[in-house]
Design a protein around this ligand. Structure first.
Ligand code: ARG
Length: 474
């Protein structure tokens, strides 16, 4: 079990072993290829642990100083790509600990006093997840800003509103964009709430039962920026609920990205013809010279699938594990890294693409009133003139049918023709149009121009206040 080159045992846990680990097991067991990404977190937690051990007189201050400067050197080596990660040293914890001992000797061998890789990895993962939340919050803030700016730019642009993907009623484009801003705002809330649950320190829980040294758990928690310490060591080392939480919040955010992508794909199609993609955010076809494809939006839509898959993986990973730590949990990493990376890049590319969309306001206004999209307004007119809404609905429904048969639009009808449909129609019914339709919906949450302008201002204020909160936090 000894490594010829450095005299350190190859396995830091190798005392009770006499035989060599199979190469196949080394390869299967090792997580260093992916958990090396946690080196900053691992070193930060080790430095906090060493400081605390010295503070509690469990190690000497000389040992502490040697450990800290050794760890800082290793951090620099890793950051500059000069560190030799070894698969036979299994994971990030053992790679760093063995390298530390190679550099500083005995003090390095004291670092693992009063801790276990089980509370170590739980701590590293929480530090990673917390930083990921902060990064995601920045990206969510950016996409909300992009949606709000686009809505501000496109004041007055009208598009058809759909239900069942059938033209339903005219809406302001700004109203549509603010619907997505509302989704991403909820995502921000969810990520912030997730961050609160993440930010609890498991360090000091040991392997499973707590540690047999008079350690100061509050001290390491404070140093690492945790809000509190975990209250049950068994739960603390095996709990990956926060991983599921983050996958879940991320999956829902990806679903929102996917829905927005779908809108864009539809809008830029010839069938909808409501917007055009900028060349910077479109791709061509290798065979069809005329094509300009919305690959970016399609890929963002497609990537939501893997994040949803990662959520399922995280749930399945936990469901059969008895207390406390099991090696299964090593499988929590790649999927979480993937989820965070995928969400961040997707938010980033969507935020960059949104301002480049060119909307065809004229086409939008025409499409918004086509296909009898003002039918509800005619029914509302009758109802406001005393006709029970159900009767009004039926009369206008019949009018739609007869217009369809005659190839007429509503705005081509004379007052007499309207009155044939229902006596309650008066001359002012001829004024029903796109703007009366929109103006009539000036209620809170509605698509009326005043309501949307108010909502837009409120969204901008909320975004700016989130910015302030963020600045205060940092
Ligand atoms: N690489 C392991 C993981 O990712 C670290 C903890 C290992 N603990 C153990 N007792 N084998 O979960």
């Amino acid at each position: 079990m000894h490594d010829d080159s450095d005299q350190l045992p190859v396995k830091l846990w190798g005392g009770r072993f006499t035989g060599k680990t199979s190469d196949l097991v080394d390869a299967f067991n090792a997580s260093i290829d992916f958990d090396r990404r946690l080196y900053r977190e691992d070193i930060a937690a080790s430095i906090a642990h060493a400081r605390m051990l010295a503070h509690c007189s469990i190690i000497s201050t000389d040992d502490r100083n040697a450990i800290i400067s050794g760890l800082e050197t290793i951090r620099e080596e890793i950051a500059s790509g000069q560190f030799d990660f070894r698969v036979d040293r299994e994971d990030i914890h053992l790679n760093i600990e063995a390298a530390l001992t190679e550099r500083i000797g005995d003090p390095g061998r004291r670092l693992h006093t009063g801790r276990s890789r089980n509370d170590q990895i739980a701590t590293d993962m929480r530090l990673f997840a917390r930083a990921a939340c902060d990064q995601i919050l920045v990206e969510l803030h950016t996409i909300r800003g992009a949606l709000i700016s686009l809505a501000e730019r496109e004041t007055g642009t009208v598009i058809p509103g759909y239900t069942h993907l059938q033209r339903a009623q005219p809406i302001l484009l700004g109203h549509h964009l603010l619907a997505y801003e509302a989704m991403f705002n909820r995502d921000s809330e969810r990520i912030s709430q997730t961050r609160v649950r993440i930010n609890v320190s498991p360090l000091g829980s040991g392997a499973l039962a707590g540690v047999a040294y008079p350690i100061d758990r509050e001290m390491t928690a404070n140093e690492l920026g945790f809000d509190s310490i975990s209250t049950n060591s068994l739960d603390a080392v095996s709990d990956r609920d926060f991983v599921v939480d983050l996958h879940s919040a991320a999956a829902l955010a990806m679903v929102h990205i996917s829905r927005l992508s779908e809108e864009i794909i539809l809008w830029v199609s010839d069938e909808f013809h409501l917007a055009t993609l900028d060349d910077a955010f479109a791709t061509g076809s290798s065979i069809m010279p005329q094509k300009k494809n919305a690959d970016v939006a399609e890929l963002a839509r497609g990537k939501s699938a893997r994040v949803i898959g990662n959520l399922m993986q995280s749930l399945a990973l936990l469901k059969s594990q008895p207390l406390a730590y099991n090696k299964d949990n090593q499988e929590d990493k790649e999927s979480l890294f993937d989820t965070v990376d995928t969400l961040v890049i997707s938010l980033r590319v969507m935020s960059a693409m949104l301002p480049t969309l060119a909307f065809d306001a004229e086409a939008g206004a025409v499409a918004a009133v086509a296909n009898f999209a003002l039918a509800t307004d005619y029914a509302d007119y009758l109802s406001k003139h005393g006709v029970p809404f159900r009767d009004a609905h039926e009369a206008v429904g019949k009018l739609v049918l007869s217009c369809e048969q005659k190839g007429q639009r509503f705005d081509e009808l004379s007052l007499e023709e309207l009155q044939e449909a229902h006596q309650a129609f008066q001359a002012d019914a001829l004024e029903i149009d796109l703007s009366t339709s929109l103006n009539s919906r000036d209620i809170p949450g509605g698509t009326g121009p005043v309501a949307v302008a108010t909502a837009l201002k409120a969204a901008r204020v909320r975004l700016d206040s989130d910015e302030l909160k963020k600045d205060e936090a940092t």
